[in-house]
Design a protein around this ligand. Structure first.
Ligand code: GLP
Length: 241
């Protein structure tokens, strides 16, 4: 695992975006893995800047998001369908038809999760997966105790994750209780991983991910198994390394 400690949150985004941009430059039809959350926003802003200044073309780039809430209508502003559209697809200028998000409203969620796995495989797999990490060590929505071999499936959200994400909803009760998420096994299949974390609230999770034992209690520690994983953090998130 390559760990980079950057001077600022903006620098974290710039370093991670440079990695993603270099993958796209080598392969214009690259398959990106997209994450939601505040951590990757600086990456998307930097990529948008590169595209709008003519330094990068993304019209052939394909993308798969990590996860989605179960039971939120697609048009709900906090559904990850909406969030990915407004923070990635539109500002970066990805081709909407080439951007995929798991279906959390399907009548048969198990079948939809299996179909998502097949779609990733049929696209040839993910070239570079962007990741954040939850304060409890989750990646995607793989909460503690998730199997390292897990594939896209329904999960129950941990109380801490629901509390952390309550800020996006009118009341904590409105935060969905379940999600569909790529599994840790799915994430580990990506050819490269780029995880970003900033701020003191991530210091424990970053410590457990990088220096802790390989443990399903810290799903992020699965990155220790990956041959091409890059972790980019600011000083505050690196405080316990
Ligand atoms: C969310 C997402 C994760 C994200 C994490 C951290 O619930 N499902 O993909 O990495 O929590 O979010 P943030 O970057 O806002 O701290």
């Amino acid at each position: 695992m390559q760990v980079v400690i950057a001077d600022s949150a903006a620098e974290v985004g710039r370093i991670a975006a440079a990695k993603v941009a270099s993958v796209i430059r080598h392969r214009p039809e690259a398959v990106l893995g997209l994450a939601t959350g505040s951590s990757p926003l600086a990456i998307y802003a930097d990529l948008a800047d590169r595209v709008h200044s003519g330094r990068l073309r993304v019209d052939a780039v394909r993308a798969f998001a990590l996860d989605e809430y179960v039971g939120l209508p697609l048009e709900h502003p906090e559904s990850y369908h909406s969030v990915i559209r407004t923070v990635v697809t539109e500002p970066v200028g990805l081709t909407p038809e080439l951007v995929n998000v798991p279906d959390g409203s399907a009548a048969d969620l198990d079948a939809a999760a299996d179909a998502y796995e097949r779609a990733i495989r049929d696209a040839g797999g993910v070239d570079v997966q962007i990741l954040g990490i939850g304060a409890n060590g989750h990646i995607g929505f793989n909460e503690p105790t998730s199997s390292f071999a897990s594939r896209t499936r329904i999960k129950t959200l941990a109380p801490q994750t629901r509390a952390d994400n309550a800020r996006f909803f009118a009341s904590p009760d409105e935060v969905p209780t379940h999600c569909v998420t790529q599994g840790l096994g799915t994430i580990l299949d990506a050819r490269q991983l780029v995880l970003v974390a900033t701020g003191a609230s991530k210091a424990d999770a970053v410590h457990a991910m990088v220096e802790g034992p390989l443990s399903s209690m810290c799903p992020g520690s699965a990155l220790q198994l990956h041959p091409h994983a890059m972790v980019v953090v600011d000083e505050a998130a690196a405080a316990r390394l």
